[in-house]
Design a binder for this molecule. Structure first.
Ligand SMILES: Nc1ncnc2c1ncn2[C@@H]1O[C@H](COP(=O)(O)OP(=O)(O)OP(=O)(O)O)[C@@H](O)[C@H]1O
Length: 689
């Protein structure tokens, strides 16, 4: 395979004129969608379908206008005559973010990157050309503000006459893309998805997958492109349940928010796990110990017992239901047996309750029909709701709200001792107990961890609806109870789980994927490693990799595709002066800058920068257009900056139990340059190559 940049003006001019045809066709497609709205509203036929058609067409037209302007294509495929080319023999296709087609009866001007034919663009190699004779990649660059980008270059690979030797280094267009200075929010990588990433993106909908990926290996990018691929390839199955993307925090969600719209997908829900379980406002804060116990998987068993402990297992009074001159009677032992049988079915609590009701009614109906006539559904309903049956249900299988169950558990030591017996020790139970139980369940104050307990109980009472697919990013940080909240919502769907055990910073973070996947309800998910980093230059990665040995996790060291990059490690006498000088120097170069430190150090540094006349954007604006961000180490996860200035690594390492993991996250945010400034000795692992 040969790869060469073609400066052929004639070729570029020909491609530019094709760009014009595509743009004109795309504009006509939008106009046509508008026109169809008018036509759609005029169609005769019944009012309801005309209205539905009108609504569909209006939405489609609106969406086409909402889609962001982007290069009309980024690749070209030239199929050869080999049998592998199949139906595409001798054909040429342009690959872009979305299909452009003027007339459904002729081949489209541009095919969608997710269409089956586009697979060859990402996967063909010299070794396996997949029927391609040649592949062309296009380079685009911004022209004037507000105008679409210009086609500025092209790069050809000849695949058909391959000599079996692939390029050892990435092509110029990929290199330019990964080395591009970062400004603003995250962008899509659709033009340069790599084969091992594409394999994940185009995985089957029914298969859950877990990606253990090194920093900057494209986990987030892969997850978002997979979401777009699934929506395109399985619209019916996905749209029924919906697709959800879960990220670690708001800053991160804002940073990734524009990727899916750029790929034409405007209505994917993106949220944090906290959003998922936010059934009520958070008005209390837990101590460290209580938080840790509440996030522990054993809480699930305690809650299950607390809920099902409300069911009366034995000692029911006989049930007597008067009806006219009759008195129907069910003996207490029969009722106890019936309740036990329903419990064994292990249906959700609310369904179990209705099953008990239905079976009691059936027993009475059996008696009644022997004595009188056949009973219908109205009669069944009347008996099911009559006072004696309702009273029996309230004692034997009471209707419960999650708040009632959790308030009793945390507020009443006897209830807690009963439910936690043999599961939590006395110290753990003491940590859970409310020091001052609220007067009533209504005045209870709930912490963020309590919301997970409420969600767990809510899920036992009634199963929540299941999404068709859920993408979970930074999954190494989820607690077992958070995993369970996600598992409940993907019980009938599949998962894409993305994470890096080396970046696990929460006290309850995962130490093994097998365990985490079991909590997520998908123990069979395939574990796929991604080790090539596209963000972090080799010099930065080498420094960060020094920490790996001290992290006690089983992950392969990350490799970097980028030989560029600069690292400076400087002991300084005074951090305030040093950070001002470092930021001033960084401002001379292109791209985004972040000053990252533990909280106290950062507050001082931001003040020093302000005093020196250098404004910094707060963390909430991370990933927007601000030039210098003051970023607490705790919020750095998932973000990236061209130039990262890390202050006092020892303070970051000491700030929390998994401080070295945090430091690993912080160091790997750098796209091009990393400065480490310290007044205190560096953490030991950093000093040993
Ligand atoms: N194939 C690719 N082509 C171009 N850029 C890429 C490619 N893959 C990843 N990148 C870029 O590398 C950077 C890192 O990607 P991403 O954030 O998805 O990695 P990650 O594995 O989630 O990282 P982390 O674990 O550090 O959060 C992003 O800027 C992304 O656009």
């Amino acid at each position: 395979m040969t790869s060469k940049a073609m400066g052929l003006d004639g070729e570029l001019a020909r491609e530019r004129s094709y760009v014009e045809s595509c743009r004109a066709a795309s504009a006509r497609q939008v106009a046509d969608a508008d026109h169809q709205v008018v036509a759609g509203e005029d169609v005769s036929g019944d009012g309801a379908s005309a209205e539905a058609l009108g609504r569909y067409l209006r939405t489609r037209a609106k969406r086409m206008k909402e889609l962001p302007e982007s290069p009309v294509f980024f690749g070209r495929l030239d199929f050869g005559d080999a049998p592998e080319a199949g139906d595409h023999r001798g054909q040429r296709y342009y690959v872009g973010r979305r299909r452009i087609s003027e007339d459904p009866t002729v081949p489209p001007l541009v095919v969608d990157w997710r269409a089956p034919v586009s697979r060859a663009f990402y996967r063909a190699s010299a070794h396996d050309p997949l029927g391609l004779a040649g592949r062309r990649r296009f380079g685009w660059a911004p022209s004037s503000p507000g105008l679409p980008e210009d086609l500025t270059g092209l790069e050809d690979e000849l695949l058909g006459d391959a000599d079996g030797r692939g390029p050892s280094r990435p092509g110029g267009i990929l290199t330019a893309e990964i080395e591009r200075p970062r400004t603003g929010p995250m962008r899509d990588i659709v033009a340069t998805i790599q084969p091992e990433q594409d394999e994940l993106v185009r995985g089957e909908l029914s298969e859950s997958v877990c990606v253990q990926g090194a920093p900057g290996s494209g986990k987030t990018a892969v997850g978002l492109h997979r979401a777009a691929y699934l929506l395109y390839s399985f619209p019916q199955r996905i749209r029924r349940g919906g697709l959800l993307v879960i990220g670690p925090n708001r800053t991160f969600l804002r940073y990734i928010a524009e990727v899916l719209p750029a790929l034409g997908e405007l209505d994917v829900s993106q949220c944090t796990v906290e959003d998922l379980v936010a059934s009520r406002p958070v008005t209390a804060v837990d101590g460290e110990r209580a938080a840790a116990v509440k996030q522990d998987a054993r809480m699930a068993e305690v809650l299950r017992r607390a809920l099902y402990g409300r069911i009366r297992a034995a000692g029911s009074e006989p049930l007597v239901v008067p009806e006219g001159s009759y008195r129907w009677r069910v003996p207490g032992e029969r009722l106890d047996r019936l309740v036990a049988e329903v419990r064994e079915q292990a249906a959700p609590y609310a369904i179990g309750r209705e099953n008990v009701r239905a079976r009691v009614v059936a027993l009475i109906q059996h008696q009644a029909e022997r004595r009188t006539d056949v009973k219908n559904a109205t009669w069944q309903q009347k008996i099911g709701r009559c006072r004696p049956v309702a009273a029996f249900l309230e004692t034997a299988w009471p209707a419960l709200r999650p708040e009632t169950v959790v308030a009793a558990l945390l507020g009443d030591p006897a209830v807690l001792a009963g439910a936690a017996h043999g599961v939590l020790d006395t110290e753990e139970q003491a940590a859970l107990r409310w020091p001052r139980p609220p007067r009533s369940e209504r005045s209870a104050k709930w912490s963020e961890h309590d919301l997970l307990l409420l969600d767990e109980v809510a899920g036992l009472i009634e199963r929540p609806a299941s999404f068709g697919h859920v993408v979970v990013d930074e999954a190494q940080d989820l607690s077992p109870m958070q995993c369970r909240a996600i598992a409940r919502r993907s019980a009938f769907g599949s998962l894409t789980v993305l994470g890096d055990l080396a970046q696990a910073t929460a006290p309850w973070s995962a130490r093994s994927w097998a365990e985490q996947l079991a909590h997520l309800g998908k123990p069979q998910a395939a574990l796929v490693p991604l080790t090539t980093g596209y963000r972090v230059p080799a010099a930065v990665m080498a420094l960060a990799n020094r920490l790996l040995g001290a992290l006690d996790v089983d992950v392969p060291p990350a490799l970097s595709l980028r030989p560029d990059g600069e690292v400076t490690v400087r002991p300084v006498p005074d951090l305030d002066g040093a950070v001002v000088a470092a930021v001033r120097a960084a401002l001379q170069r292109e791209g985004s800058i972040a000053v990252i430190a533990a909280d106290d150090t950062l507050t001082r540094a931001a003040a020093a920068l302000r005093a020196a006349g250098i404004p910094t954007a707060p963390a909430e604006d991370a990933g927007t257009t601000a030039r210098v961000t003051a970023l607490p180490a705790a919020l750095a996860k998932g973000l990236e900056y061209d130039h990262v200035i890390v202050l006092e690594p020892a303070a970051i390492a000491e700030a929390e139990p998994r401080g070295l993991h945090r430091l690993y996250v912080v160091l790997t945010r750098a796209v091009s340059r990393l400065d480490l400034l310290h007044t205190r000795p560096l953490p030991a692992p950093l000093t040993t190559p």
